[in-house]
Design a protein around this ligand. Structure first.
Ligand code: SF4
Length: 425
């Protein structure tokens, strides 16, 4: 049985008990939320040593980091170092998006080392591995696609991005109303190529019931991908994106009926005023399913700083109800991230997640800031270091320009907290 099915039967699993203990939610309320599908707990029954995390309404906003190889950089050691950075930075989940080297071996290696929920995009492994076995992706039979997916589920992948909502009808919308940036999802572009080449409907949609059966068997949480997410502000909230969202809403219902946990992915690139509308629309159309947003990046002109542009969008999205933030690194749109990019991307997303938790009124979120402000006023540097999101960064910056005073080198003896220390102001 899946977490969803246990919850419907009114049973709290070990995973639900662990999540309830770590979050500001009563166990019974969590069981009810999992049963309703507003919270998912990605926990494949074959993923050993997993520390489960809950994603959804009423819980802390979670952060995911994408790692993985490319054709140019395919060393496993680099990816192991990135995974370690993901764990060191307190990230909640990780996805392997490898497209270079032995992608099956790399996935298995990283999964075995990950105590946090581990996700992937099954199509990536198909598009890399199938041609090596002599079959170009566009010639891959739907049955073989499901074999790949089943092997990944069997190996213990906790959540999978499947672009099952990308339909021929939605692609037709793109033809009628052309976009500036076209299709920017790799999985979406591969499936579109398959559909056009074979003049057939999306195989993941046609075989959705078979896909659900695999997901249910291993309790893989489906993350319904948005293959037509906008890749430029100019394409935000366009017809094709919304057409796909409506299909995803229907697939959420089918997944829930089949006892499969499901969340939904969202944009992408959006102008800031459209972010809140997109969050509310998704929640409405998808029956309150947890929303996993990719940024969104809120301007296209800052490559090198897209961890910042995405964090701005993520904070607004989170405040409006997004539950799961996919980080964006400074390397986005420029190259494969290195370890420092991974760290910078995670910390920017964690800041956005906490900002969102305060805005959501999550119990305890604001208290953290109160404690930090009190420590700052006391000039209690040890407490500030303990309370800050990134203690290593705190030490680096504070140590760079030391002071002879008990304040910091910005104002020294003119520190407002020193000047007013003996006055009750
Ligand atoms: S010295 Fe200035 S910047 Fe530093 S803690 Fe005091 S008021 Fe703040």
């Amino acid at each position: 049985m899946t977490q969803l099915e246990h919850a419907r039967a009114g049973r709290a699993t070990a995973e639900m008990k662990a999540v309830a203990a770590a979050e500001p939610i009563a166990e019974a309320d969590l069981v009810a939320a999992v049963a309703a599908g507003t919270v998912v707990i990605p926990a494949n029954r074959n993923h050993r040593h997993l520390k489960p995390a809950g994603i959804g309404r009423g819980l802390r906003t979670k952060v995911n980091a994408n790692i993985g190889t490319s054709g140019d950089f395919h060393g496993i050691e680099d990816e192991r170092r990135k995974l370690q950075a993901v764990l060191d930075c307190g990230c909640d989940a990780v996805m392997d998006l490898s497209t270079g080297g032995d992608v099956t071996a790399i996935r298995r290696d990283l999964l075995a080392r990950s105590p946090i929920p581990f996700g992937n995009v099954p199509v990536y492994e198909m598009m890399v591995d199938a041609p090596r076995q002599g079959t170009p992706f566009v010639s891959l039979a739907p049955g073989r696609m499901l074999e790949y997916l089943r092997r990944q589920a069997e190996d213990g992948v906790d959540f999978m991005t499947v672009h099952a909502g990308l339909t021929r009808r939605a692609i037709e919308q793109l033809r009628r109303r052309p976009r500036l940036a076209g299709i920017v999802s790799r999985g979406g572009s591969m499936l579109t190529a398959w559909m056009l080449h074979n003049d057939r409907e999306n195989p993941l949609l046609e075989r959705f019931d078979d896909l659900l059966a695999i997901a249910r068997e291993f309790d893989v949480t489906l993350s319904l991908g948005d293959g037509l997410r906008p890749g430029a502000l100019a394409d935000g909230s366009d017809w094709a994106q919304l057409e796909e969202l409506l299909t995803l809403g229907g697939l959420v219902q089918r997944a829930r009926l089949a006892g499969v946990q499901v969340m939904v992915e969202g944009p992408g690139h959006l102008p800031l005023p459209q972010v809140e509308m997109n969050m509310r629309l998704q929640k409405e159309v998808c029956g309150g399913a947890p929303f996993y947003v990719l940024g969104p990046v809120v301007t296209d002109v800052a490559p090198g700083y897209d961890h910042v542009t995405a964090a701005i969008g993520s904070a607004v999205a989170g405040a409006a109800g997004a539950d799961f933030l996919c980080y964006v690194t400074p390397a986005e749109h420029l190259g494969l991230p290195d370890v420092q990019d991974v760290r910078d991307g995670i910390m920017a997303s964690r800041i956005a997640a906490h900002v969102a938790d305060i805005a959501k009124g999550l119990p305890g979120a604001m208290d953290w800031d109160r404690r930090m402000a009190a420590a700052r006023r006391r000039l209690d540097w040890d407490a500030q270091e303990r309370l800050c999101l990134d203690a290593e960064r705190f030490r680096q910056v504070r140590g760079r320009r030391a002071t002879q005073t008990d304040a910091c080198s910005m104002c020294g003896d003119f520190c407002v907290y020193k000047v007013l220390k003996d006055i009750d102001a």
